[in-house]
Write a protein that binds this ligand. Structure first.
Ligand SMILES: O=c1[nH]cnc2c1ncn2[C@@H]1O[C@H](CO)[C@@H](O)[C@H]1O
Length: 320
């Protein structure tokens, strides 16, 4: 590949599909991982940091810095919704891995994001795999962050489909709806990949058996931790397979040709029974009145995905 790899920072709450995503990114020649920042979501932030360090040690990539993110929502909320029922109490399939040797850097996630965006002006992509608190904090810390960052690729939202927390809301947006609304209306170059896309990208039982037969380091590790994630999907969705949310979003950043997108203003409902709902204005009507969507910057929202190619790439790269 002739082009220089895209510099990415993964904002992550590991998480079983986060582990897959981090490994996939490390095996993707289109991207160079220049840091991980951590956030609550699948687990609390302290455990997310521990797991991020652990996964980099498994990968032999302790050269990549980990910056710890926020322990509370952007409005300082401490009542967090943690999805340990999806990932196990340790976030990695209840495997009791030993604690990592490494430590996070001194800088906060938000400060690290601002610093890297300034260092490589317009060249850094943030791939946000959890609630958007750290990104909103970076925007508050430095209002020029929206212009300095290259792109923000968000796993979040349920565009014109049901959510996965409740019929209205997808988990990452539900985790911090106020932060999500700040990010979506910030004017940054944003690509939102919602569960309307990631629910099409499924690792089947057969794929999993294939993964288990590979003697690749990542395939072996993932085969162990995937049990909990599969059980949850059997119970919750009645599917013989799991959704590859986080790995798909890495691919959307690495190989944008796998998706198509539309462009419009996205606002997030921040209270009431539809808290966390993402609503895209599709511009099919010119409204006579001013709305909460008027005069706001647009974002890109993924609408189709080449799912067979995506699954094939994820499998190949994780078994490498
Ligand atoms: O049912 C669920 N409830 C909460 N979180 C979930 C569920 N399924 C998956 N995820 C987690 O939330 C993100 C996608 O919304 C993914 O990172 C996934 O790990």
């Amino acid at each position: 590949m002739a082009a220089e790899p895209k510099k990415i920072i993964i904002d992550t709450d590991p998480g079983i599909d986060d582990a897959m995503a981090i490994f996939l990114a490390l095996r993707s020649p289109e991207v160079e991982v220049i840091g991980l920042t951590t956030i609550y979501g699948n687990v609390y932030t302290t455990l997310a940091t521990r797991n991020a360090l652990h996964l980099l040690e498994i990968a032999g990539r302790t050269d990549i810095p980990v910056a710890e993110g926020s322990h509370v929502t952007i409005t300082k909320g401490t009542k967090l919704r943690i999805a340990d029922f999806v990932h196990g109490v340790d976030g990695l399939g209840n495997q009791n891995f030993p604690p990592p040797k490494g430590k996070p850097i001194e800088e906060s996630a938000a400060a690290f994001l601002v610093e890297q965006a300034n260092k490589y002006l317009g060249k850094v992509t943030v791939v946000a795999l959890g609630p958007l608190t750290n990104i909103a904090l970076a925007l508050q810390l430095d209002p020029t962050f929206s212009k300095n960052i290259g792109q923000i690729v968000v796993l979040g939202g349920a565009f014109a489909v049901n959510g996965n927390v409740n019929p209205a809301a997808e988990a990452n947006i539900f985790g911090d709806p106020v932060a999500a609304d700040i990010v979506f209306t910030s004017g940054a170059d944003i690509l939102a990949v919602g569960i309307n896309i990631t629910h099409q990208v499924v690792m089947t039982d057969a794929d999993r058996e294939k993964l288990a037969t590979s003697d690749g380091k990542f395939a072996q590790y993932l085969s162990k931790i995937l049990d909990v994630y599969y059980s949850y999907h059997y119970d919750a969705y009645n599917t013989r397979g799991v959704y590859l949310h986080d790995p798909m979003v890495i691919l959307a950043a690495a190989i944008p040709s796998l998706i198509t997108y539309t462009e419009g203003v996205v606002r997030v409902q921040t209270n009431g029974i539809t808290r966390g709902l993402t609503v895209l204005y599709n511009k099919q009507k010119r409204f006579g009145e001013v709305t909460e969507w008027s005069d706001k910057p647009t974002v890109k929202v993924a609408v189709t995905v080449d799912a067979p190619s995506a699954v094939k790439l994820i499998m190949e790269r994780l078994m490498d």
